[in-house]
Design a protein around this ligand. Structure first.
Ligand code: ADP
Ligand code: TRP
Length: 352
């Protein structure tokens, strides 16, 4: 039997190049390697932890599915499904909640980062409207402004993974802490109720943490759209964004994360999309300046995204077939998880 691989992406908006180079491109390569039984899903339950408009949610779900298919995920090779259609995810999440220490979740950096962003939106006026006095500590205000789902997010993620007996989880670097928690919970459950879960390992790409175009000290992230290159950007937008990308002092095209974080980030994009080593790219641009390099990089990105964008256009014309593919994937995932959740409940003594 092949080792199992699971990963998901939240339907929270447009995908950017960080999502592609850190996750989606790798999903496709791993699927096509034929070495794994692959499961990819749309993490719609996770996406409810962020503010959203219910009129947009189903469109966002379909958009992620279209992105999956356009990038090369293939329902004949992988099970592709919707998290909320599989009840066992929420069931296992609840069971895992009961063995998760509160302190572990309190420490999660993604939780801290996300609640910090929420807090920044709460200006002092807003704060007063909600009846907080100025003496309320920042930390308490953050806690009041967030939701339990955001806090519990990593436990649902652990359930997503453990339910499928996944040995590998391809993700970007920002998810490593969540995977570590998943391993801890698997170990804890196994030692309490006997061996039930596999401890999964992360699979990172060569670009596990793509940095923002406008500020190479910050991760490219949907929460900072000004630094993102989106997969849907037109050739004109791509040229402008790369032209305006922050670069460093000096003029050499050389990989040096400490002294040249801007150029190093752009070199990573070039190398990953053009399947070319950084050394070979550096050689190609000896004696040339940032302008030449950026022009060539924009062309590389446009060329790499062209088939993907074309596929997206085609798939968008046929939403019914996209929905069908989700239904087929859901059915397969239901079958597998139905068996696993019974086994888990038996271990705890809920079923005899
Ligand atoms: P965002 O941080 O923009 O909200 P998500 O949390 O939806 O993105 O991430 C989806 C996938 O893309 C995850 O596997 C995540 O680790 C990966 N990812 C997100 N941002 C980056 C980045 N800048 N570089 C590499 N991988 C990333
Ligand atoms: N938390 C992941 C992200 O932000 C999405 C996700 C949810 C996931 N469940 C998962 C990724 C299980 C891998 C495995 O991108």
């Amino acid at each position: 039997m092949k080792p199992i691989l699971v990963s998901g992406i939240q339907p929270t908006g447009k995908l950017h190049l960080g999502n592609y180079l850190g996750a989606l491109k790798n999903f496709v390569e791993l699927q096509n390697s034929n070495k794994y039984s692959s499961y990819f899903f749309i993490a719609d339950y996770h996406s409810l932890t962020e503010t959203f408009d219910q009129k947009e949610k189903s469109g966002q779900i379909l958009d992620i599915m279209i992105n999956f298919l356009a990038a090369g995920l293939d329902p004949k090779k992988s099970v592709i499904f919707l998290q909320s259609a599989i009840p066992a995810h929420a069931e296992l999440c609840w069971i895992l909640n009961t063995i998760t220490p509160f302190g572990e979740l309190r420490r999660m950096t993604q939780f801290k980062d996300k609640t910090q962003v929420i807090f920044e939106y709460l200006d002092i006026k807003h704060k007063n409207e909600r009846g907080y006095s100025d003496e309320v500590s920042d930390e308490l205000a953050i806690e009041l402004a967030t939701n339990v789902g955001l806090f519990d997010y990593p436990v649902l993620m652990a359930a997503d993974i453990l339910l499928y007996d996944a040995a590998f989880v391809p993700v970007g670097e920002d998810q490593l802490q969540h995977l570590e928690l998943t391993r801890t919970l698997a170990r804890k459950f196994n030692s309490k109720f006997s061996k039930t879960f596999i401890e999964p390992k992360p699979l990172l790409t060569e670009v596990p943490r793509l940095m923002s175009l406008d500020d190479p000290t910050k991760k490219m992230s949907k929460s900072r759209p000004q630094g993102c290159l989106f997969l849907d950007n037109s050739p004109t937008e791509i040229k402008a964004k790369i032209q305006n990308a922050t670069t460093d002092s000096g003029k050499e095209i050389k990989y040096d994360e400490t002294h040249k974080p801007g150029i190093s980030n752009l070199l990573l994009i070039y190398s990953s999309l053009n399947n070319e080593s950084i050394k070979s790219i550096e050689k190609k641009f000896i004696g040339k300046g940032y302008g030449d390099f950026k022009k060539s990089l924009a062309e590389v990105i446009i060329k790499a995204l062209e088939p993907f964008q074309k596929n997206k256009k085609e798939l968008s014309k046929n939403l019914n077939s996209v929905k069908k593919i989700i239904e087929i994937g859901n059915k397969k995932a239901l079958e597998i998880t139905g068996k696993k959740i019974i086994q888990i409940k038996e271990k705890i003594g809920l079923i005899w």
